[in-house]
Every structure is written in structure tokens, then in C-alpha cells.
Design a binder for this molecule. Sequence first.
Ligand code: ATP
Length: 238
Amino acid sequence: SSAEALLRVEQVSAGYGLMPVLHGLSIEVRAAEIVALVGSNGAGKTTLLRVLSRLLPCTGTLRFNRQDLAAMTPDQAFGHGLVQVPEGRQLFDRMTVQDNLLMGAFRRHDKAAVARDLQRMYQLFPRLGERRRQLAGSMSGGEQQMCAMARALMAAPVLMMIDEMSLGLAPVIVDQLTEVLAEIRKNGVTVLLVEQDVQVALGAADRAYVIENGRVTLAGPARQLIDDPAVQQAYLGV
Ligand code: ATP
């Protein structure tokens, strides 16, 4: 169809000071897709998320939901539903789980809808329900990642970007988080996943982009990339 993708990144270049990191990178994310960005350490994945969150300037085209994302401030991008789950979670450690989740909804004024979404989060992540009064900083890494994802979802995102969802977590927890991604997508949330663990990323995503040295080197359906000899050799240890 000719419908514009939810997110369109075209020929984007960005870097830090004089050091270029992204070199004319292009990706697209369609509504209700789960898309993964994979690639080794330093490839530029986190830099791209910073560009999308508007924390880092860039050249090139950024379109989100038929609007010019490049013209938005970080706050405006958030207001348009572009919400990030940051690497390292960055929870409010000395606040309860519930207060962390409510912080995610700070922009929303419909109290009834926020209360409903809070209950939905406790259905989606029963562990968080059990621990709603516990301080976020006292929980396990997996529980903290659940809390960070739930906090982002409380913002009612259109596109949720997750940086290193699986980092340092046990496989059984990663499987649970992957199931949650499938569940939230059913509710219409689009997901952009940045992962160093290619196995996890390709297991969770519909499509993926391989990024190397600030450029897309391979792209396609996740199932197809899992079978790609170059991907297997470089990233899956086959
Ligand atoms: P990682 O998984 O390690 O985050 P990545 O693919 O996300 O890898 P980036 O974090 O985007 O990679 O880093 C890309 C390059 O930019 C690296 O060479 C990194 O050293 C550099 N870089 C990242 N952040 C900064 C910064 N704040 N100032 C200067 N250089 C930076």
C-alpha cells in the first residue's frame, strides 16, 4: 500500500562533535510492527535512538506519524507518543513500583484511563502487581526491566523504543518480556527494539535491520535473517 510508515528514517547522519557515527542510515517501521536493530557494540544503535528521541541533532529526514520528527523537541516527540525504555532502565530507585508507573503517565489527565492502564500493567506483569509497594531499586534486574517497560507503556506510547531489553537478564525472564512485546503489539503499540543479543532480537521481531559502522548492511524479515549465513557467522556463532 502507499500508506506512509509510522516511522521513516531516511539518509540520517549524526555523531558526537566531529566524530560521525551514523552515515546516511535509513529504516522504516510500520504501525504495529516489532522491528529490531541489531549489530555489534558501537555500531550506532543507541545513537539512532538518541536521534529519534531528539536528544541528538542529525541531518536527513525523520518522519513520525506523518509529521516532521526532526522539527520536534524531545518533549514534543514524547508528547506525540515516541517513548523510550532507556538502557539501564533508569528507574526512580527510591520510589515504589506503582509511583514509577504513575510517573510514566505524568502527561495524562484522564485519571480513570490512567487507573485502568495501571491495572492492565499489573495483568501484563503480575510480578509488578505483587510488588507495587516495593521500592523499585530493591528489585531484581528482570523486575526492574518489567517496571521500566510498564512505566513507558503508562505514557500510552504509539511507538515504544527499547534499548537493550535483555542485557544481563536470565533467558527465562527474556522469554517473558518477549511474550509481553507480542501482547502489547496486539494492543496496537509499535515496538523498535535495540539488541546486542541477535538471537533474542530475531526471536522477538517481525523484521530487523543489521547495523554496522553506522549503516544498514542487511535488512529483512527476522525469520529470513536467522537463516542468513552472514548473520549466522557474524552474530549467531554458527
Ligand atoms: P552499544 O550497544 O554499545 O550501545 P551501539 O550500537 O548502541 O552500541 P552507540 O552507543 O550508538 O553504539 O555508539 C556508537 C559510537 O559512538 C561508539 O563509537 C561510541 O563510542 C560513540 N559514542 C557514543 N556515545 C557517545 C558520546 N556521548 N560522546 C562521544 N562518543 C559517543
